[in-house]
Design a protein around this ligand. Sequence first.
Ligand code: PEP
Ligand code: MG
Length: 578
Amino acid sequence: MLSVLRGIPASPGIVVGPVHLLRWEVPEVRHRLIDDAEIESEIARFHEALDKARVRLRLLRARTEAQAGPKEAAIFDVQLSMLDDGEMVKAPIALIQQNLGAEKAFDFVMAEWRQHFARSSSPMLREKVGDLTDIHIRVLSLLLELPDHDPVDVPPGSNAILVTHDLTPSLTMQLDRNCIGAIATEAGTATAHVAILARSLGLPAVVGLRQALSALQGGEVAILDGTDGTLVIAPTDDEVAAAKHRVEEEAGRADVMRELAHSEPVTRDDHRMVVRANVDIPEESELAAQSGARGAGLMRTEFLVVGRASMPDEEEQYASYSRVARAFAGDAVIIRTFDVGGDKLPVGGFPHEANPFLGWRAIRMCLDESELFKVQLRALLRAAVHGDLRIMLPLVVTVDEVRETRQLISECVEELAERRVPFRADVPLGVMVETPAAAVACDTLVRDVDFFSIGSNDLVQYTLAVDRGNANLAPRYTPFHPAVLRLMQQVQTTGAAHGLDVSVCGEMASQPLAVFALMGLGIRHLSVAPRAVADVKRVIRGVRAEAAADAARAALAASTAREAETLLRRRLRSELER
Ligand code: PEP
Ligand code: MG
């Protein structure tokens, strides 16, 4: 058996703890016929499983309410009411009475319902597919007496390493953060949303650990190293001691890192950079504001939505955006409108799509559902009185999307004026440049927008046609490909020529080597993970902008990503050693 699994480092830190396996997939069910004499006891067994599922859901509901609030807990009300639905109980019982084993009867009915809901023309029903799937898994696991893989069951205070195939954002929201010390997934890459969320929650994580579930039993001790991207199974005493030593060492470096994080982001030849923080949930904003970053360059508002049964209303959104605006006390706070879709879906999800990353998502969904979008825009205009708030649109491919948004903003301004609530009408509006269309044709956008922010996570995926979440493709997913670097240069040059700020807010802005390359392309605004501020400033302060520009010119002329990366690395090293 393998004792060290290697994956992709996704969120730094080392944790020594017991493995908790989470298999949240519909289990295989064998066809099983029963005798007439067994029918009654089989029906009783089915009722018992439903009762146990109810108890678990109530537990989960209570815990979520205590930790996250009543709105988040409402997801479980939807599932509890489904379990009480007469049809969900009657239909499997009818099949058991025709001599089918309870688990097959339930599996059969649920599979039919899920298909029926998924194909429904009613969005209300389609939204319920995720809940049905949760119930399907939960009740079947009880009927099959499978080892308990429920996310609710991690022993408190155990500092467990959660290992699962893929952690959806909604499942992430259900986890008890007091019990989980680290996350490991078989799927995913460093820019998949599980990785981004793990970084915001400060949980060490390794993704793309391809054989993890088959190599583990659950309960064994392991060491997860989120910096190296490894999971050591059943480590020796020496390995545990070495890991603990590294944890202490990192704690010892904390003072030096703090000082660096709060230093000025100025190059050796006196070029000033702006380093802002990425914020994924409003609760992180106070910590992010103390990270040494000046302002928030990207708040991903969709994390207010994922894992919930319904959209947050205007008041709740207003409270969230105001919190972030206030936390950064006058520094710019760039809030991105809902980028829902792709791998970021609310509970129940959206209509099934063959290619969700090319699908009905982000600004497309918001413009089609303009009432829902206007709720967010009104909340943003109101929150803008509490700071230097700016609005940013995701996945823009054409200036029409910006113009339509401006029209909706004018409508919101009128509505708010009528309601006589405080708001700001002149909130700057910018776009994410994360599609080749937006990058190549960024000159068509310049007159209608106030700033550009390059979303390198998606720009890389769409330019290279490499799924950002596919672990098998991870080595092919690189921001150093000359095509990506050239697109970014074009955006920087065009933006600067029109007096627009151009920033980069994808994960590459948090990586030292990429920071060097971006500075060389002329980019002066970065938005980074709060934990990366010190490392980013180390590069900024250790180099000359002139040397970075020289290196970027050479990288732009390279024929391959590897060539570009190698030469950038060499030049950064020699610059830092000067
Ligand atoms: C990006 O695409 O680079 C980005 C910052 O947005 P997200 O990672 O949320 O897609
Ligand atoms: Mg993106």
